[in-house]
Design a protein around this ligand. Sequence first.
Ligand SMILES: [Fe+2]
Length: 476
Amino acid sequence: MKPLLLHLVLATFVFFSSIRDGCAGITSSFVRSDWPSVDIPLNHEAFAVPKGYNAPQQVHITQGDYDGKAVIISWVTPEEPGSNHVQFGTSENKFKATAEGTVSNYTFYKYKSGYIHHCLVEGLEYNTKYYYRIGSGESSREFWFETPPKVGPDAPYKFGIIGDLGQTFNSLSTLEHYIESGAQAVLFVGDLSYADRYEYTDVGLRWDTWGRFVEKSTAYQPWMWSAGNHEIEYMPYMGEVVPFKSYLQRYSTPYLASKSSSPLWYAFRRASAHIIVLSSYSPFVKYTPQWQWLREELKNVDREKTPWLIVLMHVPLYNSNDAHYMEGESMRVVFESWFIEYKVDMIFAGHVHAYERSYRFSNVDYNITSGNRYPVADKSAPVYITVGDGGNQEGLASRFMDPQPEYSAFREASYGHSTLEIKNRTHAIYHWNRNDDGKKVPTDSFVLYNQYWGNNRRRRKLKHFLLTVIDEVVSI
Ligand SMILES: [Fe+2]
């Protein structure tokens, strides 16, 4: 029995060391039989317009406050403003309450948008299913959503993470696999529609198709948005020079609830997670509004209430793909030391059209005078995950740097999405799911120990275990 026990101890040690401290990373040899990276044709059923005159379309919801007791419900009416009300309640077909929203439209070159509605529905109960109705008469439409559990350290929750989605058949595959995953809300890491790949009036049209494309998920659960480069839409040759114009008109964020001065960066709490959303394409160096806001928001994080601290951004800070190599370096230099200091659990990004996961590494000692310049294993560092593989028309980023850097644990150029299933204050289960030509295949997965609660407890347990083993060995 005793040699067996020693083997078990050694194997356990090697396994945990490999997860925690880094070892040779894996570059997956999986080669995907690529569907063409072209957008779905406009007349495809994925973009079907709902029946009825002026029927609400492109319905999407997002969290509307700091703690999850409100949602912002958004939709577009194509012909005229129509009703600006949301009727809602906890029983199907019984809508006891009404909220009133705002309506606006915009032009982009010669495209004139439909009437875009945003309605804050607040004062909701936790852990409750709500039904809601928008539109009027025979054209009205009904949907539902579920509020999260009350913010607390052991509130379980399952997030999905999707990035760089676009509107191709690969995008459709990702969306359908995500819906099967059973996750309860999406953390979206930027680059939504890729409408900016079009010109003139087609830009607006492709925002509309994307809104209808994702509605089968976005109408029923909150998608929390962050902006990518494809949202900037700086197109001076068309006379369009206001950054993020279409995105900000169409997609709301609860930025005021976290005292942010811009919808492009904000924070919220959901179940046991505190989520911080950053903007890679807004100023972030010292003293800028985003820098000052983040410095204050990090002080608001209470790991006793929300043990899980997650940061979203579009451009990854660690990336060993040829595509977009080093683009996140300037933000890494500014913010990485804070992410270490506050023991961020995970940082999700998109932008690179491939999947990559890091070990816990940091490069905060970087100093051009001392010569220190290599990332080193760091237990206080977050796990960095790039999941910009939603499936847009630009295709996959298949050229990784060789050799694989030490910080890189797993990388693969395939389409897919991730899920993070928080179990309690100490443990969460993470999966990356490759689409794999129609079948959902969990490809990269691990158990995540919380940086605030999990580590200490695990260290205590490990210490106890090792003392027991030493006793056993001594008594041989
Ligand atoms: Fe991007």
